[in-house]
Design a protein around this ligand. Structure first.
Ligand SMILES: [Zn+2]
Length: 86
């Protein structure tokens, strides 16, 4: 249980195996594909047009966003590889 939520095997399994996964948080529902796009946008913007803003965040905030984007992109890559047989 020391692993973060996005690193837990059942979370990865529930995101990777279905053709379309959704994330529920209270009354909100978001498709995993949208999370994947958000993670990609975070990486791209934090290295380019929004770099100044990103670097003004605390180390803890940057670590959290880095971990979020890496975990989501890793899961998305795993799902893509599973579908393409890569
Ligand atoms: Zn930007």
């Amino acid at each position: 249980m020391s692993r973060s939520w996005w690193d837990r095997m059942w979370v990865i399994q529930e995101c990777v195996l279905p053709d379309s996964a959704a994330i529920y948080f209270g009354a909100f529902k978001v498709q995993f594909a949208m999370f994947s796009l958000a993670a990609l946008a975070l990486v791209q913007h934090s290295a380019a047009c929004c770099a100044t803003t990103f670097h003004s965040l605390s180390e803890k905030e940057k670590d959290l966003l880095d971990h979020f984007s890496k975990a989501i992109m890793d899961i998305a890559m795993l799902a893509s590889n599973l579908r393409t047989g890569a």
